[in-house]
Design a protein around this ligand. Structure first.
Ligand code: 5RP
Length: 213
């Protein structure tokens, strides 16, 4: 089975999770691109929050009802992809540069379901970790971080600068704390297992479900 088929399998399984009346967060990326039509085809009475302009545009074109995320305080469920998943449920997110909005939406959700192809499973998370940085003071921020390269990518929708942290990840708690505590870092792409409810993995043998927290 190809990676694309695995992504589709996981995403289509996740599309069955929303129930009428729910507020559902929609992630960003090529796996979520399979989720959107499958969800739209169910014609449920749901409201959705998009984590990127690309997802908003695709969801709207499919007839999914979008809700702005300025007044909502919580969501029932968010479904999103990931770049890496470790055996304990730690994630690297942000390959598409949308991790700040993705983490805000996931963090406000009662349930966060991650959809991946099997090649996203790793024994241990590896650098790089995507970062969104403020432009103000960016040279000082890069110096404080060390091991960080600016990404050749457009600004985020929130005017952030994308970069990648290539430093060691052998102690994930410490790395996440350090990245969060560095002034000028808007958000990093490490997600703690406490944020993740479940991982759906597309495999040749079907969808594997891994409960995380
Ligand atoms: C975007 C993300 C994506 O969820 C992650 O990069 C996985 O993308 P894909 O489904 O295309 O492999 O975090 O910021």
């Amino acid at each position: 089975m190809t990676t694309e088929e695995e992504k589709r399998l996981a995403a289509e399984a996740a599309a069955m999770l929303p129930e009428p009346g729910m507020v559902v967060g929609l992630g960003t990326g090529s796996t979520v691109a399979y989720l959107l039509p499958a969800l739209a085809a169910r014609r449920l009475d749901i409201r959705c929050v998009a984590t990127s302009p690309a997802t908003a545009q695709a969801a709207e074109a499919l007839g999914l009802e979008l809700e702005p995320f300025e007044t909502l305080q919580r969501l029932d469920l968010t479904i999103d992809g990931a770049d890496q998943v470790d055996p304990n449920g730690w994630l690297v997110k942000g390959g598409g540069g949308a991790h700040t909005r993705e983490k805000i939406v996931a963090g406000a959700s009662d349930r966060f379901v991650v959809v991946v192809s099997s090649n996203k499973l790793v024994a241990a998370l590896q650098p790089p970790v995507p970062l969104e940085l403020l432009e103000f003071g960016i040279a000082a921020t890069l110096r404080a971080l060390g091991d960080t390269r600016l990404r050749d990518a457009p600004r985020t929708p929130d005017d952030g600068v994308l970069a990648d942290f290539w430093g060691p990840l052998d102690e994930l708690e410490r790395a996440a704390d350090r990245l969060s505590a560095t002034p000028g870092v808007v958000e990093h792409g490490l997600c703690r297992p406490e944020m993740v409810s479940e991982v759906l993995i597309g495999t040749a043998a079907g969808v594997q479900r891994r409960h995380v927290s």
